[in-house]
Design a protein around this ligand. Structure first.
Ligand code: UDX
Length: 437
């Protein structure tokens, strides 16, 4: 159920409103049989044993999560309940939201025995959402009663027993099905904190490796080697140690801020989170400085820009560090020709084409005649460009890569001046050592 009529109509007609791998085939297969779409919340509530609330929890001006959509939907659900329901918080919400939902339902006249509220946070990533959903590392169910917990256990049994349905089976096979995930039962408050703490920890990992990447640049070391060496320690793990231009998206920035705010409200000084945010903001500024260092001055320079989405394989531009950098470069007086495989339609709405901002049809057109090429998003197709063609397209063979998509030596061999993150090719110390050898 969604109150956006256009979205519901599109889904009813078989269109997926977002760019997400495997979603079209799942929709095609199950539309009008196991999944139906409606704008009628009362009808959806009556027909369901469990009701998942998955509305937005945007960041408010104070950094808190704005829970007004959660409250509104809880009140609306309350008006339609006439038999026992389990209300499932799927949205990312701060600790205590569960209690607020219970209170909202009771205030709106629903007897306590007619509902339970459980917290069931989602850990999937955009772009790999379907596979992440089918292969979660864990499923967290925060429930304060057995009846609700056992309904959620039933709902997830196809995943926890490893028995997938039809199309899902094909997808499960495609990504090399691993062991079924554990379903972890916790209290509702613990589940709420698990979600915020997990996202904040992942953001911390990224900020940590970004800080290390700056250190590597200063010391003429290679952050990719450092990350590999760290990640082989199973206590650290290799994932989310990719340096870059900082994290973005609809989750990490807002969740780190919300978790910090929750801590503050509970009287806990969690200054570490402020540092995570600070490093993230600095990373973009450092990258801008890197572009400037390659070009001397920025005003009037023509740059090809690859990537607008907040990460590869998605069309989402919310809190995109790539878009932040595009804005920063425009403010510096650069003329940009940008390209993204999926995020251009959304970006055009926020940043219309103009004399200093053009949208290209492919990566080579974006690079054509440019003083340098800037890579901002880790799309797989950007890592597989024809370097000879790219070099010919550019006015000067300069590539400033914010996602470390290329081996520095390979780029140098192709005649590029190549700057990336945490890998100081051309660093004076290295150059001196090379000369000495
Ligand atoms: C994130 C969480 O991973 C997911 O568990 C949660 O449910 C929603 O938020 P998502 O926002 O889709 O998922 O993207 P993710 O893949 O986590 O990337 C977030 C940002 O961090 C992107 O900007 C990405 O480019 C950046 N990132 C990620 C890095 O810079 N380095 C990394 O190693 C990983």
């Amino acid at each position: 159920m969604d109150n956006d009529e256009r979205k519901v109509a599109a889904l009813q007609g078989g269109d997926t409103p977002i760019h997400e791998k495997h979603l079209p085939e799942l929709l095609e297969r199950y539309r009008n049989s196991r999944v139906r779409f409606t704008t009628d919340l009362a009808e959806a509530t009556r027909a369901s044993e469990a009701i998942f609330i998955a509305v937005g929890t945007p960041q408010s001006e104070t950094g808190d999560a704005d829970l007004s959509y959660v409250e509104a939907v809880a009140c609306e659900i309350a008006r339609s309940i006439s038999s026992y329901k389990v209300i499932v918080e799927k949205s990312t919400v701060p600790v205590y939201t569960n209690e607020w939902i219970c209170r909202a339902l009771e205030r709106n006249g629903v007897p306590r025995q007619l509902f339970d509220v459980v917290s069931n946070p989602e850990f999937l990533r955009e772009g790999t959402a379907v596979v992440d959903f089918l292969h979660p590392d864990r499923i967290v169910v925060g429930a304060d009663g057995n009846r609700a917990a056992s309904l959620l256990q039933d709902i997830y049994s196809p995943l926890t027993t490893g028995k997938y349905y039809e199309v899902a089976d094909a997808i499960a096979g495609e990504c090399g099905a691993s062991d079924p995930p554990q379903l972890l039962l916790t209290s509702t408050k613990s589940a709420e904190i698990i979600k915020h703490a997990s996202n904040a920890f992942l953001a911390l990992k990224i900020s940590f490796i970004n800080a290390v990447s700056n250190l590597c640049e200063a010391a003429d070391a290679d952050v990719e080697q450092v990350a590999r060496g760290m990640g082989l320690d199973r206590r650290i793990g290799p994932r989310f140690l990719r340096p870059g231009i900082g994290y973005g998206g609809s989750c990490f920035p807002k969740d780190v801020a919300a978790f910090r705010s929750v801590a503050e409200q509970l009287g806990i000084d969690f200054g570490l989170l402020t540092e995570v945010e600070k490093i993230n903001a600095q990373q973009k500024k450092r990258f801008l400085a890197k572009i400037r260092s390659a070009l001397w001055t920025l005003r009037g320079k023509r740059l090809g820009v690859l990537g607008l989405a907040f990460k590869g394989e998605t069309d989402d531009i919310r809190e995109s560090p790539a878009l932040d950098l595009v804005r920063m470069l425009l403010a510096e007086g650069c003329n940009l020709t940008v390209y993204d495989p999926a995020a251009m339609p959304r970006t055009k709405e926020a940043l219309p084409e103009g004399s200093n901002l053009r949208y290209a049809t492919d990566a080579y057109t974006a690079a054509s005649g440019a003083d340098a090429l800037v890579i901002l998003t880790d799309w797989q197709e950007f890592a597989a460009l024809d370097l000879v063609r790219l070099s010919k397209s550019l006015r000067y063979p300069i590539v400033i890569d914010g996602r470390n998509l290329y081996e520095p030596q390979k780029m140098v061999d192709h005649g590029f001046t190549y700057l990336s993150v945490g890998r100081a090719v051309g660093h004076p110390v290295r150059a001196a050592l090379a000369a000495a050898n």
